[in-house]
Design a protein around this ligand. Structure first.
Ligand code: MSP
Length: 529
């Protein structure tokens, strides 16, 4: 029997009414970093991403462009696949909610909830925001019946016979869940938001539509289609199916349930932290372990939007600066969970300072000194030769655990800061020790210890950075003589296991160093017009 602890995590399934925006890239990069980190730990990981393709928003957008919803969805969905490739996203499953296997799972799930007596017919009256695909309370609206999230769109009045899901029945079970598992919703501020919402009293919500064709038929009433969110959330379960398995709930649940982490943006917290667990409770299925709602990105301090004309195109960004730059900036510069800003000058300055100067120069200057003073070989130093008081070893000894803790709590910026502490100490150590002087005065032993400690620090930093900047870490590992490519790490091949590579003193004299070459080209600041 397979008793290994698995780790399944998801990004949201993105709407295909448009090509991916920077917000979708942000969540997906974060999810990829977590997945890569757990793979380093040797844990079987399943990273699920995909596209949410049904519903009125997509139906309308496609028809307005003279396209069929299916062909339009095909095109948009492939835009996500191609961006994920450019951003080095190593996902395991890409689920499209129009997949016929998904329909089978949705039907079976609906049947369970139906049999639990949680679906009934009722009259749905209210204001609907098609862009959010959500009913809004009158008090949530801006003047002139505009949606607060989409202020340029008016909400629409609906009054129709729908099928409802009995959410209110799960009020106390949900409250118990939040009490007994305080980590279920993170960060704390989002948890409080959800607690307030639920404590006000939950209302049942409609899970079908009468005037939307683009969706799965309601199994008990084919004249109606299922509400897009009811269908989309179940995409997480369909994605757990092995590629060749029959699409049954039993098969989907066999290996990866419960899902360990749903990563989402704060705007879709209610669906994931309230509706979704209640749906799972109704169907008697295991609940996810953790829902993390990150913040929103702004550009130059302003909310991004097409009407404002200040969107940030992730495809253009990665084309100009490369995957590692984009990944690094968003995770290092923004506290995950809080809102954060993109500004191009800051972006360039951060990359130049951290990756080109601190990390890149440290490796380059040290390798060149090793070439000059040690015939290009890793100095024959063992871990014991360097005392625990050595300033780099002192940091390096418990850095792995510290960084592990940061990754596991999704504190990516803290992971980066901790690693940078070692890198910066490395630069200072070289300046203080002045290997060129040690060489001149014939202090070969001290010289070798210095260079070893610095090279080992760069190695450790590269390893711990590898979930975030896998291609740069691979370059560093290659120059240090390891045949390890962090972009080719899969579950079954943990060539660089955390238990070993996160510790201090891994670099050995057996290693054949490669040719020193810059691992990150400085970026020029754009000229002011
Ligand atoms: N289709 C639903 C999710 C269904 S999951 C079963 C959906 N899709 S979405 O494409 O509109 O949004 C996807 C994600 O992008 C959300 O997590 C949302 O928070 C995120 N973002 C949208 N704009 C954003 C920013 N400006 N900044 C950061 N993330 C943002 O919702």
């Amino acid at each position: 029997m397979d008793t290994e602890k698995t780790f399944a995590l998801t990004t949201p399934l993105y709407y295909v009414n448009d090509l991916p925006h920077i917000g979708s890239a942000y969540t997906t990069i974060a999810a990829d970093v977590v997945a890569r980190f757990y793979r380093l730990l040797g844990c079987p990981v399943l990273l699920v991403t995909g596209t949410d393709e049904h519903g009125q928003k997509i139906e309308r957008t496609a028809l307005s462009k003279g396209r069929s919803p299916q062909s339009f969805s095909d095109e948009m969905s492939s835009g996500f696949v191609s961006l994920w490739e450019k951003l080095d996203i190593a996902y395991d499953r890409f689920i499209r909610t129009t997949d016929p296997r998904h329909e089978a799972i949705v039907k079976e799930f609906f049947q369970r909830v139906w049999e639990a007596g949680d679906i009934y017919q009722g009259q749905q009256k209210g204001w609907y925001c098609v862009s959010c695909e959500e009913f809004k309370e009158e008090r949530e609206l801006l003047p002139e019946h505009r949606c607060a999230i989409h202020p340029n769109k008016e909400v629409e009045w609906r009054d129709e016979q729908n099928y409802f899901f009995g959410l209110s029945k799960y009020q106390s079970q949900l409250q118990e869940l939040y009490q007994s598992r305080p980590d279920f919703i993170q960060p704390e501020s989002r948890r409080n938001e959800v607690l307030n919402f639920v404590n006000q009293g939950l209302q049942d919500f409609s899970i079908s539509r009468v005037n939307v064709d683009w969706g799965f038929a309601v199994p008990v009433d084919p004249k109606q289609t299922l509400y897009v969110w009811f269908d989309a959330l179940l995409g997480y379960i369909t994605a757990l199916l092995e590629p060749d398995a029959e699409p049954t709930l039993e098969n989907a649940l066999s290996k990866w349930m419960p899902i360990n982490l749903h990563l989402i943006g704060k705007d879709i917290l209610r669906f994931h932290a309230v509706y979704w667990p209640a749906m799972l409770m109704s169907a008697n299925l295991p609940l996810p372990e953790r829902v993390f709602g990150h913040g929103f990105l702004t550009k130059d301090g302003q909310k991004m939007g097409k009407t404002l004309g200040n969107t940030l195109d992730p495809v253009a960004l990665v084309k100009s600066y490369g995957a590692s730059s984009v990944r690094y900036y968003f995770l290092k510069e923004i506290e995950f969970g809080k809102d954060g800003d993109f500004n191009e000058v800051r972006f360039i300055n951060v990359l130049n300072a951290d990756l080109a100067n601190d990390l890149g120069n440290l490796l380059n200057r040290t390798l060149n000194m090793v070439k000059k003073y040690c015939a290009g070989n890793v100095p024959p130093i063992t871990n014991e030769d360097i005392t625990n008081e050595n300033p780099l070893k002192a940091i390096g000894l418990d850095l792995g655990e510290k960084v592990k803790n940061a990754y596991c709590t999704l504190a990516f910026n803290q992971a980066c800061e901790s690693i940078l502490t070692l890198v910066r100490a490395g630069n200072k150590f070289i300046d203080d020790q002045a290997p060129w002087t040690l060489y001149k005065i014939g202090q070969q032993q001290a010289l070798e210890q210095t260079l070893y400690a610095v090279l080992e620090s760069v190695r450790l930093a590269a390893y711990l950075f590898s979930p975030i900047i896998p291609d740069i870490s691979s370059d560093i590992y290659e120059q240090l003589g390891f045949g390890i490519n962090f972009n080719q790490q899969t579950q079954s091949s943990t060539a660089a296991p955390f238990a070993i590579h996160s510790t201090w003193g891994v670099l050995s004299n057996e290693q054949k160093l490669g040719t020193p070459k810059p691992i990150f080209q400085r970026i020029e600041l754009p000229k002011n017009d």
